[in-house]
Every structure is written in C-alpha cells, then in structure tokens.
Design a protein around this ligand. Structure first.
Ligand code: EAX
Length: 320
C-alpha cells in the first residue's frame, strides 16, 4: 500500500515535471522576417523563463489565416498567440484606430515613444475589455507604396491607382485623399492579386516588401512613409488567465524583449532593404513629395478630429 502510494506520488512528480504546454503562435510573414524574429525571441524567453513548462509552435506565412482571422481565433481561444499588425485591430477595439492616421507620426522615435508611453500603454491594456491580452507593442514599420504602373513622386501620380489596403477604414479614408482607389483585402490574398493585376499596387513597410518578395510582382517602390504601422503581440485570455503571477511576468518580459528585437530587425531592413530591392529590379523613388501628400490628407484630419478628438490627436503629435 505504502509502496503504491510512493510510486503514485513519484509518477505524478515526473508527470508534473514534464508537463509541457505548447502554444500556437501565428503571423503573416516568414520566420526570417521581423515578425519571425520577434516571435522567436518571445518563444525562447518563455521556454527559458518557465524551465520548459511552456514552449511554442510557430505558424509563419499566414498559415493560420489572415490577421483578422487570427485575432478572432485568439479572442475565441482556438489560437493562443498572434504577432499581428494593427491593420484590422481597430475593428475589435476602436481606440487603436487613432494610430492609423496618415502622417501622424514624424519618425520611428516618435512612434515608438508614443506606443511605449502612457498613450500606447493605455490602449494596450484596453484590449483586455475585448477579450484580448496585449502583451506588448511590437512593430511593422512605416508603410511605403509599390505598384506596377508608374513611379509615384506626387499625389497626382498616385491618383487613379487601384491599391490594396488592409481592412482599415482610417487608411482607406486617408488614401482616398491621395486619389488612390483603396481595395481592402486580407494579406494572404495579396501576392496573387498583384501577380494577376487584380490591383495595381499595395503599401507595406520595407520588412514586409522584402520578406514577401513583392519585387517579383511590383516594379515601382516609392518611399512615401505615409503611415506608421504598429504591431502587437496578442495572447488569448484562455491561456493568460491560467498563468501564475510569476509566469505572467515571464510572458510580459518576454514580449517586451520580442518587441525590441522586432524593432531592431525593422531598423536593419530599413537600412539595407532599399539596396536589396533595387538589386531585385525595383525602381525606387527615394525623394517623394512628402509635403504634397501631407497637404492632400490635411482635409481628412477634420473627420479624424471628429472621430477621435482633436485633443487626442494633438496629444500624440506633442509626444517628444
Ligand atoms: O502585418 O496586411 C498587411 O499589409 C500587413 O502589413 C502585413 O500582413 C504584415
């Protein structure tokens, strides 16, 4: 009897020590891309920090679906984690949409300080009210236009082009003011749409243009930098709520490190990516008429002010 008890206790100890939860994490681009770099740092850190009780299985290249679908799955708890752009996230939590206003952020420092400061952290916390745990802001980057028709220098060059956008109303409204014809479409459909000419162009940060090999299907790249594209590491409350406080801080710290690594990869791609894309045959307009694009979108700011509050927009613009 006693021996049986000891054996049972030993067995459960062994089982406990080896109990391992494998978390599914999905993202749009390749494992080598900025999202993959962030995801890998996160996964390594939680595995280390929990002595192997948690590890990940990664699903790059939109294997688990488009970003809207993945966010929904995380909300439902059928997927544990996603590292996603905020493109469709405003449809879940409207507060996120303010960050999608074209030409809101001056540069990377401004955007990162805003996301890491009280304004960004407040929105990150609010995701909880929509059944999503925002572990940390990561990053997609400033978005630039590509197309198969012509070099874009001024808004007049953009006018009339059919441009794929994310499922994002703020982007669509802003881009209409450039004269573009916005066509929302999930990312996994984009390469084929470009290849078949269903749309003339698209806009994405350099890390996405590089890792998705858009140089194969787009001739022109213009460094418009017309909007900042934040990204976020989202976790399902179904998993989060089961974590001990100690594990929660392991996950949060891991996510912060992931965000830092992802931003560093964005920096590196920005630094070396233009030359690479030229080598792959793209014609690059580096000196875009930024002033012209800013002026074109200025009237739309009246609507943005109505939707988000002029004071909220000004508060972001004032971040140093
Ligand atoms: O998050 O849909 C998009 O254009 C996104 O920028 C891409 O999926 C990476």
């Amino acid at each position: 009897m006693k021996q049986a008890l000891i054996a049972a206790a030993l067995l459960s100890l062994v089982a406990g020590a080896s109990a391992q939860t494998v978390l599914k994490i999905g993202y749009a681009t390749s494992k080598e891309s900025h999202y993959g770099v962030g995801a890998t740092v996160f996964c390594d850190e939680i595995e280390k920090g929990t002595a192997g009780r948690y590890k990940c299985q990664q699903f790059p290249n939109s294997a688990l679906g488009g970003e809207r679908e993945q966010i929904e799955a995380v909300q439902l708890g059928t997927q544990d984690l996603t590292n996603t752009s905020t493109g469709p996230l405003g449809n879940f939590l409207p507060d996120v949409k303010i960050f999608d206003i074209p030409f809101l952020f001056r540069d990377y420092d401004h955007a990162r300080h805003t996301m890491d400061g009280p304004i960004g952290q407040d929105v990150l916390k609010k995701l909880q009210t929509k059944g999503l745990v925002g572990l940390a802001w990561t990053e997609n980057g400033f978005r630039h236009m590509t197309n198969s028709k012509r070099a874009i220098v001024h808004p007049s060059d953009a006018a009339g082009l059919k441009l794929r956008t994310m499922e994002n109303k703020v982007h669509m409204e802003g881009y209409k003011s450039f004269g573009l014809l916005p066509t929302p479409m999930p990312f996994p459909e984009l390469f084929t749409a470009l290849q078949q000419g269903t749309v003339d162009g698209q806009e994405n940060p350099i890390p996405v243009i590089l890792s998705s090999k858009f140089s194969q299907v787009q001739k022109h790249l213009s460094l418009t930098g017309h909007v900042y594209s934040p990204a976020v590491l989202l976790m399902s409350p179904a998993v989060w709520n089961k974590l001990s406080d100690a594990d929660k801080s392991v996950f949060t710290e891991a996510a912060k490190k992931a965000g830092a690594a992802q931003r560093k990869k964005v920096n590196d791609d920005e630094a070396s990516g233009i030359a690479q894309l030229k080598k792959e045959g793209m014609q690059v307009v580096e000196k875009v008429d930024g002033e012209g694009f800013r002026k074109a979108v200025a009237p739309a700011y009246a609507n943005f002010a109505k939707e988000f509050g002029a004071d909220k927009i000004a508060a972001i613009q004032a971040v140093k």
